[in-house]
Design a protein around this ligand. Sequence first.
Ligand code: SF4
Length: 414
Amino acid sequence: MGPLSTIEKLGILADAAKYDASCASSGTAKKNSLGGKGIGSTEGMGICHAYAPDGRCISLLKILLTNHCIFDCHYCINRKSSNVRRARFTPQEVADLTISFYKRNYIEGLFLSSGIIKSSNFTMEQMVEAARILREECDFRGYIHLKTIPEADPELVHQAGLYADRVSINVELPTRKGLTRLAPDKDASQIEGAMGKVKSDIIEAKDAKKRFKHAPRFAPAGQSTQMIIGADAASDSDIVGRASKLYGGFGLRRVYYSAFSPIPDASAVLPLKRPPLIREHRLYQSDWLMRFYGYQVRDVQQAMGKDGNLPLDIDPKLAWALKFRSVFPLDVNRAPREQLLRVPGLGVTAVNRIIAARRHRTLRLDEVGKLTVSIAKVRPFICAADWRPTALTDRADLRKMLAPKQEQLELFAA
Ligand code: SF4
């Protein structure tokens, strides 16, 4: 077989990158327009979306430098024992593709990850070189996210941060035990050591920037990580516990959760079925509660069942409220902001609006309804000028009343 064309390599290396959740959107139905039927696709890979630090949604070319790998992580389609078609870009090809996609206005940045060729240092050098060509030779000012290799020389990871807006290092699995079993070539201490070094480099660069106008920037969009869910026996309690420590210990911007998906020729140590996608969604919801709603990891764990897992039929905020009904109802005209954020159905925006509105008038239930998406979900947990839920908060069938209908759940999980 002759050498692969750029488009063939792109097909292989964009497809191989789809397993990385660090900037993926999920949870939608699979649709495509292959064979000339309709327009558009929800299955395509190669371009994904991420959010810039200022909140803008940006499109990224999402590829691997190569899907060759000398490691043998059981859950990974690119592991050395996997029987997949392999390809490899040169750093120049990555830069050329990024620029040509950028000039056509298809993308605003690059997400680059890689399998490990020859050695961790050699691979990291190649990734850094791609970013260097883009920044120094092409004067590319768009967004770059580099997935860095924890086993590589810290100086190379540092260079990656000088060119990239965001760097990420995957912790891969929620527990050390899971990592040892499923990714035998990886070392949890090395991964955390590399994350700690990135954290201190970010802090130092911010500090230097305050003192020297021309100090180099280092990963201004911070660092993130990814955990694979459902490939080992870790419970949701283990997962949120680990995520909380990662946020606290390494100042991460995001922890991404990626539901393990069975791969062709899968290793016998892996489960045969993927976990329901809704589990990944519930973990993202609990992550959101910890980052924006003032929940401690203990609160999220209290919402779980005896098996240490989040319920799948209702969201974790509602699960917590149903377990701690004595906290409710809360008076929307008096309760402090942090308590209102515990009311199921009230998001941060709705709470801010309620607080702004109640400065001028005493709110009635219909006025609260205008500020929320679903007053039915909110009613059992609040009091307003003309509303008291009386026995509603304590009804034995409240969970059944508020749980989404089964059809909706299936549609969502598709
Ligand atoms: S090192 Fe990365 S690419 Fe290689 S097998 Fe492990 S997860 Fe896959």
